[in-house]
Design a protein around this ligand. Sequence first.
Ligand SMILES: *[C@@H]1O[C@H](CO)[C@@H](O)[C@H](O)[C@H]1NC(C)=O
Ligand SMILES: *[C@@H]1O[C@H](CO)[C@@H](O)[C@H](O)[C@H]1NC(C)=O
Ligand SMILES: *[C@@H]1O[C@H](CO)[C@@H](O)[C@H](O)[C@H]1NC(C)=O
Ligand SMILES: *[C@@H]1O[C@H](CO)[C@@H](O)[C@H](O)[C@H]1NC(C)=O
Ligand SMILES: *[C@@H]1O[C@H](CO)[C@@H](O)[C@H](O)[C@H]1NC(C)=O
Ligand SMILES: *[C@@H]1O[C@H](CO)[C@@H](O)[C@H](O)[C@H]1NC(C)=O
Ligand SMILES: *[C@@H]1O[C@H](CO)[C@@H](O)[C@H](O)[C@H]1NC(C)=O
Ligand SMILES: *[C@@H]1O[C@H](CO)[C@@H](O)[C@H](O)[C@H]1NC(C)=O
Length: 766
Amino acid sequence: MAFKFSVAFLLSVCSAAICDLITDGVHMECRERYFMIAVDLSFTGKELRFEAVDRTGVYAITEQYAAKCGYTVSALPLLGHVELRASYFSCHTDNKDDMFSFNFNLIATHKGKKASYALNKTCTLSLQWSHREVTCEMNYMEVSVRSDVTCPIVPNRHNKNAVRAVRSTTSDWQVTFQRPEEQMPSMNVSQARKRGYTFDSRDGRLLFRTPYGQPDSLSTEVEDVPVEAVYATVFSRQNWVVLMVDLLAACSMYEGYFDDGGYMMWKTPEALYPSVGGTQIRIGLNGDAMEQLIAEKRGYIVEKHKGTVHIGIPYNAEGGHRKSFVIGSLYEFYAFDLSVEQISVDRDYVDTMLQFRRTLVTPLLPCTVFTRNQTVLEEQMFTIYLGDVPEDVMLVSIQLNERDFTLPFTNTSTYKVTEVLHPNGTHGYTLKVLFHDPVVKQKFFIEDAVLQFMLDINYTLAVLPGNDFYYHLASIVALFTDVSPPAFDAVCSESGIRFKLNRQPFDYLWELTIGLDVLTSDLADRRGYIFSNDSQSLQLDVPLATHGYKYQDVTLKGFSGTFEILVRVRETSEVQTSTVKTCLFNPKEFIMCSTDGMMTVVANLPPVVSGGGRTLRMSLMDNSCGPKDMNGTRALFSFPVNSCGFIFELGKDYVTYQNEIFYNKNDQNMDLVSSDATERVIVQCTYPLSSLHQLFTMYRFVSDTVGVGKIIRTVQPTAGLQRPTRKPTAALQSTPRHTQPVVFVPGVRPSARYFRVSRVHNLAGG
Ligand SMILES: *[C@@H]1O[C@H](CO)[C@@H](O)[C@H](O)[C@H]1NC(C)=O
Ligand SMILES: *[C@@H]1O[C@H](CO)[C@@H](O)[C@H](O)[C@H]1NC(C)=O
Ligand SMILES: *[C@@H]1O[C@H](CO)[C@@H](O)[C@H](O)[C@H]1NC(C)=O
Ligand SMILES: *[C@@H]1O[C@H](CO)[C@@H](O)[C@H](O)[C@H]1NC(C)=O
Ligand SMILES: *[C@@H]1O[C@H](CO)[C@@H](O)[C@H](O)[C@H]1NC(C)=O
Ligand SMILES: *[C@@H]1O[C@H](CO)[C@@H](O)[C@H](O)[C@H]1NC(C)=O
Ligand SMILES: *[C@@H]1O[C@H](CO)[C@@H](O)[C@H](O)[C@H]1NC(C)=O
Ligand SMILES: *[C@@H]1O[C@H](CO)[C@@H](O)[C@H](O)[C@H]1NC(C)=O
């Protein structure tokens, strides 16, 4: 009746989800000597209980009731599953011949709702009973003996009366428990039941079950192994026959330990029950017992030593349970549902099957997640391996120098995480971060030429399920020594200087400047340098006469030109090194206009028809200004632009100073040879007005930049200006008559006074 109600109840609540639960979350199995229900807590929630159901009613399986009635609820909530084991002789099992029917209700509180599921199954005895069956369960000991052999006083086993006698009701049986040196009074079966024992007669067998720790039980040691035993003798007087049966329940209570070699060790005395010769051992996990040889092949230890059977389960044995969890640090433990079967035969050919079912749990073992620095400096990136991450632990996020990155990472090129799986179940993660990723800290020690990259990593690992977090920290530093600033090779050419450097990885720590100006392709374009730059090398061609040269030692034979490139620490702009190159140049002709207003010219004067190769006479417009040096037709002049009879042209944003070289082969005639056939040599220096923002004086010319020089050759008398009167007296105010900005005015040498360029400009314009 009660059972039918359960089914109806189940049907009424059986939504799709709950039916899934029955198929997915619950597993039922008939084992050789018990029936098992395994429940996955992730489907049911952690709060659950069982009820046993039979024709007479519904019985809650409490701890006490389970031990008394042959049920075992083995719960390892950390592992997420609960197992119910029911002995074939458990209280509410129906049996007919070799068929055993089990009916249970599983009551779960799932997502706040209480639900009941009817679970039933019928098992067939797959392995015939031995004469004596002993089960050492976790919460009880159970002994059953075949009733027809327990009657040695009946010579003929087929004596129906005797057999019937044993099978008769147990109500008139008496029980005594035996303890050494103690005379225990006998009691009837119902009194024994009250004390927690079970005596029964089922399926042709006499059954005795006792929880551990009963007052009548005996705790002792056999071969150094703790053993608990209960000696019970049942007897019945039937007319003139006294039946007496010894029922001994004895179990190894050894708790096991985890040894250094990675084995969970357990042991039991070999001869808990009388045997002739050795016992036959089968062991396994989760009820799957294997022959000794097979077990040994799978890495188990089975050793008989000094009357004791030693069993070792390798930590990674198939069927074992492993779980990580976090208590401050990361730990793991292993749990094994060990089954041991020991078969023995005694002198009278009475065979005993002894079964142990023990859950062995290792202590908390620290998990050694580690990081390994696999960085190869040449790759320009960090490679860090996080290893020995247990299989139930996952990397969920990473903090790199205090910046959070959650998984999965986006596919950026600068950092990457790849997972590495190992056959032993652990896994690892390889993190790659480019040194140049903005997240990487770098520090440059200029004095030591050491560049340091730093990465502080905080791995967030989640233990599944439940997502307890564990943080693993690592600090990785990569050091580059001999980090030297870029160094140029410089070579002279006829027309300039070529600077070249091969790129080094850390060139970006520095910047190249010409004076104060940072070298860019833009700057190069503006100044007429030829700049090429790629990932391999950088080349800068600096043609003569471009900005940045310093000229020295100007003679008729040439001059030296010096160009300097400064290497500055980018962060501080401090000059660290420089490349200075000085080259000797000897062009046929050249003109230089210095920032301090000197015009320096080496000119090759046209060969004039000279009788007898007499040297030329020459001068500037002011004929008191002669050459500094000369050789044949070559002459060197060097004079302030605003002297020697100069004239100037004031443009909108430039000023041009002009002079002319007069020459004559005739000593006497100082006047210009202005024969039509003779070339005129005009020299000019042009300065941008913007560079003349400073005050300048007729004595102290100051320009930010050098001027652009020009040597003009012409035969046109009008191309230049007429030579002014020898002593120009025209005052400044008298000269500008032109409204056009392009005008040459005769140079003057006013009394010492300063005037602004803008005034000059106004003057010209006004
Ligand atoms: C076992 O339960 C199912 C429903 O889950 C029911 O259909 C079946 O009749 C039951 N069997 C027994 C023997 O009670
Ligand atoms: C068992 O013994 C108790 C006390 O001696 C007695 O009260 C009870 O009736 C007995 N029960 C049976 C079934 O004999
Ligand atoms: C990330 O990049 C790898 C190769 O670099 C490529 O195979 C993969 O498909 C990319 N993943 C995504 C999500 O773009
Ligand atoms: C698992 O295997 C990997 C790769 O062989 C090894 O590095 C690691 O130490 C192993 N971990 C354990 C716990 O055995
Ligand atoms: C690591 O990261 C976690 C989560 O972001 C944070 O709570 C923890 O303080 C960090 N540990 C350190 C040492 O920075
Ligand atoms: C990591 O490896 C790199 C390259 O081998 C090495 O330069 C660096 O010192 C290492 N860093 C640490 C913290 O071990
Ligand atoms: C030269 O090119 C590299 C890239 O190839 C670039 O990083 C660098 O800034 C360039 N240098 C200059 C001075 O432009
Ligand atoms: C003058 O020039 C000639 C030919 O160019 C040269 O041989 C001679 O050395 C030069 N003299 C001087 C003093 O420079």
